[in-house]
Ligand binder design. Structure first.
Ligand SMILES: NC(=O)c1ccc[n+]([C@@H]2O[C@H](COP(=O)([O-])OP(=O)(O)OC[C@H]3O[C@@H](n4cnc5c(N)ncnc54)[C@H](O)[C@@H]3O)[C@@H](O)[C@H]2O)c1
Length: 342
């Protein structure tokens, strides 16, 4: 079976590609390798998948992995419909997992256009290709941030999500609406996954674990927003990848009330206090953090907490990585990749 993974040079995409290859799928990865964060990390992830930076061109040609026979990669921006269509036309793609997006809540206050381009215009291009080429299942990344001003916890898929507090969240909500439309109009099976703060090796430099590790290992203070009064449903990358692959195998069917459309929370269902997360990092790194207490940031939410019962019932999803284990694995990778001092 042929699977297209978009955002394949990204944090989650990299881990997912490795897992799909291990499971015996034929995988095509695409990514525009943008410089929102250090591109060296993106190329290093690709290298780990056997994709050599020197061989990657700008014309959308696929590069064969030197390590994995079943993996090929092309530098393609999902906003470029012609390159995307050509790929769908030439390749035998059965299912698509869309992880390509402009991520990050805070940056969306600075550069809203980047979000609309990739997350809205790019997303419609993918839906159009899926419709035109009869894709059997379109799985896409949504986000816990769409719960916005929701105060009820844990967050459930049936909770109202009409009050996003960032453009990032608004674009993710728009993805869910557009996917619903395509499921209804064209019977395209779609599944949206609302990810809750994913962490682990090869993580994203703009997220708390990497920001903390980077500051702590170089003797700088770490920024602690809302004076530490925050909680996040930190979810280990391996649990996320396991959940995505289970969902991929389980396409939604139509019911009387719903088209071929599904949405799941995918988190750990155990919110962690930010200060507890910091102590876990301190123990794993063996470094005491210098805390710089700051007020709440615009666009941020105080607490996230996933109710994952629907996903558990549907695909037997069971996140199993304790925070201490996940942080230890993250720190091990971080030190081997960056060293103790940057
Ligand atoms: N990591 C998390 O905690 C988290 C939480 C909620 C939602 N998500 C969502 O999950 C997905 C993957 O997140 P991630 O943490 O791996 O982020 P990431 O930034 O590491 O990966 C996204 C990848 O998409 C690529 N990309 C961006 N715009 C593109 C475009 N127009 N065309 C092609 N490629 C493009 C980037 O170069 C990047 O490599 C994103 O959609 C993100 O919004 C992640």
């Amino acid at each position: 079976m042929g699977i297209l993974v978009t955002g394949a040079a990204g944090f989650i995409g990299f881990h997912l590609v490795r897992s799909l290859i291990d499971k015996g799928f034929d995988v095509v990865g695409i990514d525009n390798i943008n410089d929102y964060y250090d591109v060296r990390l993106k190329y290093a992830r690709l290298e780990k998948c056997g994709i050599n930076e020197q061989e990657i061109g700008n014309d959308g040609t696929l590069v064969q992995s030197s390590t994995f026979e079943r993996y090929r990669f092309a530098k393609i921006d999902i906003t470029e419909l012609s390159k995307l269509s050509k790929l769908f036309e030439q390749e035998k793609i059965d299912k698509v997992i869309n992880l390509a997006a402009q991520a990050g809540v805070r940056y969306s206050l600075e550069n809203p256009h980047a979000y609309v381009q990739s997350n809205v215009a790019g997303f419609v291009n993918l839906l159009e290709c899926c419709r035109q080429y009869g894709i059997k299942h379109f799985v896409y990344a949504s986000s816990s941030s769409i719960y916005g001003m929701n105060n009820k916890v844990p967050f459930s898929e049936t909770d109202p999500v009409e009050h996003p507090v960032s453009i990032y969240a608004a674009t993710k909500k728009s993805n869910e609406l557009m996917a619903h439309t395509y499921s209804h109009l064209y019977q395209l099976p779609t599944t949206g996954l609302r990810f809750f703060t994913v962490y682990g090796p090869w993580g994203r430099p703009d997220m708390a674990p990497m920001l903390f590790a980077s500051a702590m290992t170089s003797g700088k203070p770490i920024k602690v927003f809302n004076n530490g009064e925050m909680e996040r449903d930190f979810t280990y990358i391996a649990d996320i990848v396991e959940g995505i692959t289970k969902v991929l195998d389980n396409s939604p069917t139509a019911s009387e009330t719903r088209p071929f459309y599904r949405l799941f929370n995918i988190g750990n269902s155990q919110p962690i206090k930010l200060m507890d997360f910091i102590s876990t990092m301190e123990s794993a790194l063996g470094i005491k953090a210098d805390l710089k207490m700051l007020p709440m940031q615009n666009g941020d939410v105080k607490r996230t907490w996933a109710d994952t019962s629907t996903l558990e019932e549907t695909v037997d999803y069971k996140p199993s990585t304790p925070l201490e284990t996940g942080v230890r694995e993250f720190v091990k990778w971080y030190i081997s990749f960056y060293g103790k001092k940057q």
